[in-house]
Design a protein around this ligand. Structure first.
Ligand code: ATP
Ligand code: CA
Ligand code: CA
Length: 422
């Protein structure tokens, strides 16, 4: 499955949904953003702001192309997360997500049926999630928030918003907005989705040879004899943070998450230009949106920019042409230890000197509680293979195995071999 999406035009099956999502975000986020900041209260974590859109419009919502309802969950909490801990500039955020042009679609890469959409500048991902994941996220939001606050350098997905669109015939679509771990300006030459489980965790190597964008798994990592090349300094930092993050996941009683690893080889550089080449085929001739440097930390909302965004009531369908992606990494990533080197983590040798590889790392897909369904899957898969090596194991075991595997695959960690079953 490709890592690069297709731009969505008016004829696309998900055009209306996309339009509604973006319109909802634009209005809801700018409404919240326009108010004066105040300290969070407990109610902010359970809050839900409702909007109703139609072609006529009212004082709260401008007219829209379609009828739909929109819910914005815990808007004040996400606002604080974005501004204080994720270092996003509010106007910037809205521009990336909702300025005139429609996102590209990654389709449904996982088995879960979730859909993924990129913002046009590739910085953000919209992921549709199951109602249960949504409920779960709302339940644990106070703990997620507390973790982010005390772990500014976390490797966990950074969630910027939680929303719901309801279509007129009643279909409800829940979605989150999160950081795209992979940069727009660098080719990712190899991608791995690692869990520390080895049963069935293999992407067929013959197919991988033909598909440079394949998402490889644990067994591919082991058979390709890969190592996370990190010197003592970065290794210690990464281990510490991964340990803390997996402790949180353990206590949330979740499992099935993975460490996504994108590898950029500086020797190969960007000559394959995987992303931008593909995008050129589908995208419109548009100027790159002005983006302010956000290096100096969060700014107060730029009222003029926000008002302008609110006025832009229509998304434009796309045609053919070229589409320029940002050439270098700007913005929030420089605030985070593991995303500082060209948006990622540069490999180092034993003397902590730079090597020619950049890693793009993060813990993704973190909202799967160990429910009765997973318990059954555990029993079933466990009858056919080693009960401890399959992917659905209970959360404590999952987290410990995950953490040991990640330590093992770092240089000097002994490798992932011993996680394999006979
Ligand atoms: P399943 O539950 O079957 O594993 P899912 O639909 O929950 O699938 P994820 O595991 O969240 O999907 O993600 C699937 C793939 O999408 C990942 O392996 C990765 O290639 C890509 N992906 C997911 N999140 C990100 C992200 N934040 N940045 C970059 N790529 C991502
Ligand atoms: Ca997954
Ligand atoms: Ca999932």
């Amino acid at each position: 499955k490709p890592l690069v999406g297709n731009l969505i035009g008016e004829d696309h099956v998900n055009y209306v949904l996309m339009y509604n999502m973006l319109t909802g975000i634009r209005i809801a986020v700018s409404r919240c953003q326009a108010k004066i900041r105040r300290p969070l209260s407990d109610e902010d974590f359970t809050a839900c702001h409702k909007y109703s859109f139609d072609i006529i419009g009212n004082e709260l919502t401008p007219s829209a192309k379609y009828d739909f309802k929109f819910k914005d969950y815990a808007p004040w909490v996400f606002r604080e997360l974005r501004e204080d801990y994720f270092h996003l500039d509010p106007a910037d955020y809205l521009l990336s997500l909702t300025a005139k042009y429609i996102l590209s679609e990654l389709g449904s890469p996982g088995k879960s049926g979730s859909f993924f959409y990129f913002s046009r500048d590739y910085r953000f991902i919209i992921k549709t999630i199951h109602r249960n994941e949504h409920k779960f996220f709302r339940k644990i939001l106070p703990r997620y928030y507390a973790h982010i606050k005390t772990n500014p350098h976390t490797l966990l997905s950074r969630f910027y918003g939680l929303h719901r669109v309801k279509l007129p015939h009643g279909r409800k679509i829940h979605f989150v907005i999160m950081n795209n771990l992979f940069p727009a300006h660098k080719d990712v030459h190899e991608t791995f989705d690692l869990k520390g489980s080895t049963v069935g965790r293999e992407y067929p190597e013959d197919k991988a040879a033909q598909n440079p964008r394949a998402v490889l798994k644990d067994l591919n990592w082991i058979s390709r004899r890969k190592t996370l090349e990190l010197g003592p300094e970065k290794r210690a930092l990464l281990t510490e943070q991964l340990g803390r993050d997996s402790e949180l996941l353990k206590s949330l009683n979740v499992m099935d998450y993975s460490l996504l690893v994108g590898i950029h080889s500086m020797r190969r550089g960007n000559r394959d230009n995987v992303r931008s080449n593909t995008l050129k085929l589908f995208s419109p001739e548009v100027p790159v949106l002005r983006r302010k440097q956000t290096g100096k930390g969060p700014k107060s909302p730029d009222a003029i920019a926000i008002r302008r965004i609110m006025r832009e009531s229509d998304l434009q369908p796309v045609g053919a042409g070229s589409f320029k992606l940002p050439e270098e990494d700007t913005g929030e990533r420089q605030h985070f230890v593991f995303y500082q080197d060209d948006g990622g983590l540069r490999a180092t040798d034993d003397a902590n000197k730079d090597l020619d590889t950049i890693y793009y790392l993060g813990v993704i897909d973190i909202f799967t509680p160990y429910t009765s369904f997973k318990k059954l899957e555990h029993l079933w898969k466990g009858m056919q293979a080693d009960r401890h090596k399959i992917s659905p194991v209970p959360p404590v075991e999952y987290a410990d195995r995950f953490f040991s595997f990640m330590k093992a695959i770092m240089r000097g960690g002994g490798g992932g071999e011993r996680f394999k079953s006979e």
